[in-house]
Each structure stands twice: as structure tokens, then as C-alpha cells.
Design a protein around this ligand. Structure first.
Ligand code: NDP
Length: 262
């Protein structure tokens, strides 16, 4: 495998921006927090594993980035609301929200793994809504004062592809993609940009939670056979979306490894 470095943007196009990244303790969230900070944004990093967030924050701070660690479970609505108040108090109101935390647990429907169904719905649906509810007032306030304001929801190609045994995960991601289209009608008018990103296979910790042998074989096959996306590829995509002029909204974006067939 080659190790291409993706960096389209230079300088500090996000200077003065205040970003919130959920699911920032690993994978695409961590890479995105790092990249947004490099480009000038102050970044609040949200996830449950505090030690991972602390390590990321030390890394960002070592390059003089401003960072706030928020060890929060986004399924807890009150905790997310409190985190939003903390962001406002310590960094200023957020004008960029990467609503990224998610979990993928794959199983055949007749296995009735209802606890796994619920975990995915709690995080990928309720968690995503908790973040929107807590930070929307920040975003509309930023837009009202003439600044760029971005809500970027993490979906997946699973939102549209028909992948056997992915029913609940795909259902949650379809929810996110369609929700994004719908709320864009209302928020676009208020100059809040709303985007859904639908990645294909990205090499992260996500498959580590999958126990279904067929799904594990599909993902490890892809990881072995083709050059998958790196977390930094998606980070650069988020940075690009947010660095565009305020009147430009990339509303839906699919990003696939070039060699991924589906
Ligand atoms: P990771 O497993 O590395 O990241 C998931 C992140 O979500 C972690 O930082 C995790 O941190 C956080 N998280 C999990 N539960 C909670 C919670 N209750 N509250 C707050 N944070 C939580 O995988 P990825 O980077 O791949 O996943 C990021 C997003 O991308 C997900 O929404 C996923 O569905 C989506 N996606 C991934 C693809 C891939 O191929 N990898 C493809 C398409 C979409 P912690 O455990 O510390 O809380």
C-alpha cells in the first residue's frame, strides 16, 4: 500500500471558528479534530474514553491548537446540553459541528439481537439528535451574525446500499441521510449549512465491534484486497466542506475507496 498524504488546504482558513467533533477519541473523529485544529479552529473533542481524548488534546495543544476535552456519552441528553454550555463558556459558541459518533453492530434479523439494535438506535439516532438539539442554537446564532455555520452529520453508504444483515445499522444511517436533507430545508434558509457524508470503507476501529462472521469477512476482505480510505481522507473532506465560502453548501457527499465496487 502507498501512504498518500491528503492535504488540499493550506494556511489557516478556519481561524476564528469553534468546532465540536463527536466520536473524537478514534478514527475519523480524531483525524478530523486534528485537521480542523491545524487549519485554525478551536476544537471541542467529545467521546467517552477520556484518556484517548487527553492524548489527542495534548497532540493538538503541542502545535498550539486550542482544544477542550469533553468526556461525554452523547446518548445522555442532559450531559450533551451541559457540554454545549461548556463549549460556549470556554471556547465561544460553536459554528462547526461534526456529528460523527456512531456504532455498527451487524447481525441477521432473526438472531433478535435486540440489545445491539437498541445500542445502534441510541447512539446513531438519539445521540445524533441530542447533539443537534444542544448545538443548533449556537449554529443559528453564528449564521445570524454573518459567520459560516456548519452541521455535518456522519452517515454511510450503508444508508443507500442493500447489504445483507446490515438492517439496523443501515436503517440508522438512512435516517441520518434523510434527516439531513429535511432539516437543510429549514436551516439553509437561516444560512446554516447542513451536510451528510456517506463514506465507504474507512480503515478505523469500527469493524472491531462487529462479531458477525459474514460482515467481518466482508470488511476484512475489503481492507485486505483494496486500498481503503484513511481517516485523514475523510478529515480533509470535512475541512474542505467547512472552508468553502459561506454561500456554498455541499449537502450530500459520498466518498469511496476508488477500488470499492459497492
Ligand atoms: P471509530 O469506532 O473509530 O469511532 C467511533 C467513535 O464514536 C469513537 O470515538 C467512540 O469513542 C465514539 N462513541 C461511541 N459511542 C459513543 C457515545 N455513546 N458517546 C460519545 N461517543 C461515542 O469508527 P469510525 O471513525 O469509523 O466511525 C465514525 C463514524 O463514521 C460512525 O458514525 C460510523 O458509523 C461512520 N462510518 C464509518 C465507516 C467506516 O468504514 N469506518 C464508513 C461509513 C461511516 P468512545 O468509545 O471513546 O466513546
Amino acid at each position: 500500500m502507498t501512504s498518500a498524504k491528503t492535504s488540499l488546504l493550506t494556511g489557516r482558513p478556519l481561524d476564528g471558528r469553534v468546532a465540536v467533533v463527536t466520536g473524537a477519541s478514534s478514527g475519523m473523529g480524531a483525524a478530523t479534530a486534528r485537521r480542523l485544529a491545524e487549519l485554525g479552529a478551536a476544537v471541542a473533542v467529545v467521546a467517552r474514553r477520556k484518556e484517548k481524548l487527553d492524548a489527542l488534546a495534548a497532540d493538538i495543544a503541542s502545535t498550539r491548537g486550542r482544544v477542550l476535552v469533553l468526556p461525554v456519552d452523547v446518548t445522555d441528553r442532559v450531559a450533551v446540553r451541559t457540554a454545549a454550555d461548556q463549549v460556549a463558556a470556554e471556547l465561544g459558541p460553536a459554528d462547526l459541528v461534526f456529528n460523527n459518533a456512531g456504532v455498527q453492530l451487524i447481525s441477521a434479523i432473526d438472531e433478535l439481537k435486540v440489545d445491539d439494535w437498541q445500542r445502534q438506535i441510541d447512539l446513531n439516532v438519539t445521540g445524533v439528535m441530542n447533539v443537534i438539539a444542544a448545538f443548533l442554537p449556537h449554529l443559528t446564532a453564528a449564521a445570524d451574525r454573518g459567520a459560516a455555520a456548519d452541521l455535518i452529520n456522519m452517515s454511510s453508504i450503508a444508508a443507500t446500499r442493500i447489504l445483507e444483515k446490515y438492517s439496523i445499522y443501515s436503517g440508522t444511517k438512512a435516517y441520518i441521510s434523510h434527516l439531513t436533507r429535511l432539516i437543510r430545508i429549514e436551516l439553509g434558509r437561516k444560512n446554516v449549512r447542513v451536510s451528510a457524508i456517506e463514506p465507504g470503507m474507512v480503515d478505523t476501529e469500527l469493524p472491531d465491534h462487529v462479531t458477525d462472521p459474514d460482515a467481518s469477512a466482508l470488511m476484512s476482505g475489503l481492507l485486505h484486497d483494496i486500498e481503503c480510505l484513511r481517516d485523514t481522507d475523510v478529515a480533509e473532506t470535512v475541512a474542505f466542506i467547512t472552508a468553502l465560502p459561506r454561500h456554498v453548501n455541499i449537502s450530500e457527499l459520498t466518498i469511496l475507496p476508488t477500488a470499492q465496487p459497492i
